[in-house]
Design a protein around this ligand. Structure first.
Ligand SMILES: [Fe+2]
Ligand SMILES: [Fe+2]
Length: 272
């Protein structure tokens, strides 16, 4: 089977099984085809994307209550499912990207499938199933700005997954605090895999940026507002997983100390 056909099947499928299925045989990438930029994924009816205000998620403070924990973990499963779809999306959108880049997308896609399954498998512990609550589509909303392989790497690897290095530290700690070791160990696995995913973003930023740019300048130049350094970190900043992902000290320091900035053109009077 061709990688492109596999990816198209994942984005368009309206059943979860197809989205999470591993290919039966080794995939080939001989015919990447014309660039295809899909606006929205197929979804089973119960997982159709709705506006964010219709899919509110409780904060981690609600973790002790299993009914609320179900909604938190449900949202994590939906993040992972969006990641599956977006890595498949990128395989379709960037047929001209280097073969190694495309292989990397596929390898991460397989991890994201596993993460989706692991979070889904926790839900019955709280009496829930994947599809029980409304879901939003934050990652999908950014697709119009992901115009190049470099921009994709900067948005997914160096912004969303970068921030997830921090989020997963806190989620695992909170899950342990409420005695949910099963959830905590799933989050630990996601955290470890995320280090590799951020490394993918870092590696391709290095390879695809303008030689005259520093890594930081190139990252800043390849994310579109509202994506920005502020969204590439959590409230708690953890340097160690970033170093493990290969980031250099200058970038880690810049990310850790970067001040929130106003929307471009918003004027000085903006209250934050
Ligand atoms: Fe993931
Ligand atoms: Fe990831």
């Amino acid at each position: 089977m061709e990688l492109r056909d596999y990816a198209l099947g994942i984005v368009e499928a309206t059943d979860l099984e197809t989205k999470l299925r591993r290919p039966a045989d080794a995939l080939t990438d001989a015919r990447p085809g014309p660039a295809l930029r899909i606006d929205a994924p197929g979804r089973p009816r119960e997982l159709r994307i709705v506006p964010a205000d219709k899919a509110r998620v409780p904060s981690l403070r609600a973790m002790p209550d299993p009914a609320q924990r179900a909604r938190i973990v449900h949202a994590l499963a939906n993040h992972e499912l969006q990641a599956v779809e977006l890595f498949a999306w990128a395989i379709l959108a960037f047929p001209d990207a280097p073969a190694e880049y495309r292989r990397g997308l596929h390898a991460i896609l397989a991890d994201e499938q596993r993460h989706t399954r692991m979070y889904s498998a926790c839900l019955p512990n709280y009496g829930a199933r994947f599809g029980d609550f409304p879901v939003s589509g934050y990652f999908w909303s950014k697709v119009p700005d992901l115009t190049t392989p470099l921009r994709f790497a900067c948005a997914m690897g160096l912004t969303f997954e970068n921030a997830n290095l921090d989020h997963t530290e806190v989620q695992a700690r909170e899950a342990r605090r409420v005695g949910d070791e099963e959830l905590a160990s799933v989050v630990d696995v996601v955290h470890r895999d995320e280090i590799r995913h951020v490394r993918f973003g870092w590696t391709w930023l290095e390879r695809l940026k303008e030689p005259s740019q520093t890594m930081w300048e190139a990252y800043r130049a390849n994310v579109t507002w509202p994506l920005r350094p502020e969204l590439a970190r959590g409230r708690e900043f953890h340097a160690a997983p970033r170093r493990a992902a290969g980031m250099d000290d200058a970038f880690v320091e810049a990310l850790a100390t970067h001040d929130e900035e106003p929307r471009p053109g918003a004027g000085k009077s903006r209250v934050v």
